[in-house]
Design a protein around this ligand. Structure first.
Ligand code: SAM
Length: 219
């Protein structure tokens, strides 16, 4: 099969499983109008994040990499009334657009955006109460650092979901020494001897190409 087949398959499944969603459509449009890059999670992956967070009854969610808040909206919707997403974003402009999108989706009370380098923000976040779910989707160089911080801030049984860990197979290609592949590869190598989590990577072939995510649970 080819990427065109993957895209057609994606469209077919999405057209049957995903409902029309004005808040999400508006978030994408407003992000584009404000010059944000089109690098949000796909609609199906957004729905998966929502379902996973909901499945574990998450009340506190941490997100690294907000962009325009597209994934944040999915995550916040999984929360009970008193739940919270704390989302970390380097760019003030991205955070401003995300605030608009999240407010328009009626979720402002459930989301706190912290602007600045995520590693600095993570080091300042109190580890109590612990988080139930962490979604890592920012600069790939820091992936392992984010993962280590996420583990510290996560409850036992909590989930860490790391996006873009396959990158068209390049993460497994020793010849590829690009910053992004290297950053993710460091995490995968570190997991070999990590006794604190159990995890698996799942590959996805979609209209956006061949990639995948890591799903890890803290023991
Ligand atoms: N999770 C978003 C979604 O699916 O809608 C997409 C996030 S986008 C792939 C990555 C984001 O990480 C960008 O908005 C970028 O500005 C941000 N970022 C890059 N480096 C960062 C850093 N050091 N600290 C915090 N955020 C960073």
């Amino acid at each position: 099969t080819t990427p065109a087949d993957w895209e057609r398959s994606d469209n077919f499944h999405n057209s049957h499983l995903l409902r029309k969603d004005e808040a999400l459509d508006a978030a994408i449009q407003n992000s584009e109008a404000n010059g944000l890059p089109p690098i949000s999670v796909s609609p199906a992956a957004g729905q998966l994040l929502y379902l996973l967070a909901k499945s574990i009854g998450a009340k506190r969610i941490l997100e690294v990499g907000t962009l325009g808040g597209y994934s944040t909206i999915h995550l916040a919707r999984a929360l009970p009334d008193d739940g919270k997403v704390i989302t970390l974003e380097l760019s003030e402009h991205h955070a401003k657009v995300a605030t608009e999108n999240i407010t328009k989706a009626g979720l402002a009370s459930k989301v706190d955006i912290i602007v600045g380098p995520a590693l600095d923000s993570l080091q300042k976040i109190e580890s109590e109460p612990k988080f139930d779910f962490v979604f890592i989707d920012a600069d790939k160089i820091n992936t392992l650092n984010y993962f280590m911080e996420a583990k510290r801030l996560l409850r036992k049984g909590g989930v860490i979901y790391v996006d873009n860990v396959i990158r068209g197979g390049l993460v497994a290609d020793p010849v590829d020494t690009s910053e992004n592949s290297d950053g993710v590869r460091k995490l995968i190598l570190a997991l070999k001897d990590d006794e604190e989590v159990e995890g698996t990577t799942i590959g996805t072939a979609t209209g956006q190409g061949y990639d995948g995510f890591l799903y890890a649970v803290k023991k």
